[in-house]
Design a protein around this ligand. Structure first.
Ligand SMILES: [Zn+2]
Length: 267
């Protein structure tokens, strides 16, 4: 019921103002400015750096920075105009993220699933794809609309602004309130897969590796506890199918002028 109200409100807002279109042609309600999202991204990243253990392993950092630089060199300036900060977190978590404001976090746990530079490029391309497509802004806008709809419906709930930390942490995909993200979850993940595959191709990586990566993930998920990275994502089978279907488009985008050589260290 809440979601339906939100869709109706989204449609009204789309008709009036604040509507944008994603690169896959989807209508998006965007209520916040890029500057607001960048500020939130930068603040959240500082919190993550304080909370998590940072890896200072030189070889691992060089590998991750090398792949991230090759990818971010090809991100449209409209998504982020400036340097990107890339931090490796020393954690068994199979996870990675990118935030508005030019921030990327990679957990050492995910490097065990990525066999080479191309598979790591698929991860980083996917995460940066969320930023390019303004997914955080869309999630936050959706949260705001849901809250507005509850207030309009007379629910006994105090209206909360974007300054609410939990709200924007969850909008950025870092908090625990994943319930808020569910209506958009699968659509966003599929879109980031496609945008990420094209981005890795433009950056000189082999887009076929995005399919291999999800095959690795699928093998991992048959073990007792599924990796955290997959908990909010569509099924492996579906994304492997979608990425395979899109491969012929991405292969045409491969830019041989870009030829990254990032060597994965043994660890
Ligand atoms: Zn994702």
């Amino acid at each position: 019921m809440k979601f339906q109200t939100s869709i109706i409100l989204s449609s009204i807002l789309c008709a009036v103002t604040a509507c944008s279109t994603s690169s896959t042609g989807r209508n998006q309600v965007i209520l916040f400015s890029s500057a607001e999202l960048s500020t939130m991204g930068v603040q959240s990243f500082e919190e993550m750096k304080n909370k998590e253990k940072i890896s200072h392993n030189v070889q691992i950092n060089e590998f991750v920075q090398c792949v991230a630089k090759a990818i971010t060199n090809n991100v449209p300036k409209s998504a982020h105009n400036g340097p990107w900060e890339v931090v490796v977190f020393d954690s068994e978590q199979v996870n990675a993220f990118a935030l508005p404001g030019g921030k990327i976090g990679v957990y050492t746990g995910i490097l065990k699933v990525t066999q080479n530079q191309d598979q790591l490029a698929a991860i980083i391309g996917h995460e940066v794809g969320h930023v390019i497509e303004h997914h955080s802004n869309e999630r936050l806008s959706s949260s705001k609309l849901s809250q507005t709809s509850m207030v309009l419906a007379g629910a006994a709930m105090e209206s909360q602004g974007v300054e609410n930390r939990d709200l924007y942490m969850s909008g950025l995909g870092l908090g625990l309130q994943y319930g808020v993200l569910m209506p958009y979850g699968r659509i966003h993940e599929s879109e980031a897969d496609i945008v990420g595959q094209e981005l890795m191709a433009k950056s000189g990586f082999d887009p076929q590796a995005s399919i291999e990566l999800w095959q690795n993930m699928a093998a991992l998920s048959t073990e007792a506890s599924p990796p955290e990275f997959m908990s909010t994502h569509p099924s492996n089978e579906r994304r492997i199918n979608d990425l395979t279907h899109h491969l012929k488009v991405s292969l045409k985008l491969v830019n041989s002028d870009n030829n990254p050589h990032c060597k994965k260290p043994k660890f």
